[in-house]
Design a protein around this ligand. Sequence first.
Ligand code: ZN
Length: 258
Amino acid sequence: MWRVLRMSILLLILGIALYSNWYDRRSTTDWDKTLWIGIFPIDADGSAISSAYAAGLTPERIADIEQFLNREAKRYGVAIDRPVRVDLYPLVSEKPPPHDAAGNVLSTMWWSLKLRLYARRNSHPPGRAPPQVRIFVLYHDPAFNQSVPHSVGMQKGLVGVVNAFADDSMTRTNNVVIAHEILHTLGATDKYDLATLAPLYPDGYAEPEREPRFPQVLTEIMAGRYAVDAQDFEMPDSLTDVLVGKATAREIHWVTQQ
Ligand SMILES: [Zn+2]
């Protein structure tokens, strides 16, 4: 009797989780109404530089993310007027749970659950409705941290954590990383070799048919870098030089045909 009851409860929880993932995937990639994305700045290290940068962020400084996504959506024929809306939210003081990249399956599942609860707790400040996709951006002082932990975007839970730099000269490249993680939350996959960081041909190339093939000048957003030649890969300066490639457009349902 207890076994049956316990089993039924577990199956019910599993069913709810499967349904909510299916519903999130469907509702964020049907492109029949504006998808609402929120950017939540966080001071990552408590330094004067990071606190001032995170607190001083303005909608204008993240505006190119929405412009990029809407420009690319239109290029693929998404018909609505404003496919995505990217809003800046007030500073969040609680930091997201740290991710142990070397952890096992169970610790990753536990972290992902904690991250979903964190996102729920921190995504509706007083007087503001919560967005559908939540991106928490930790701004680090480049003087203390020349390299920052990996950023993540999860389709399950529609939440991303971006590690960025609190420096005016990095604002536009930070926004490239934010756009990349937003697209992960919509089901896009990485299109670079994880070991060498090389963009994968052809899906990770913005212009795979370009002749000669090198140098590429534009970047595919899920590759993150463009190939100057077969061995050298560079990051773009801003979203102006970035495209959504055909494979990514299929993954996020901007196009349905092969
Ligand atoms: Zn990625």
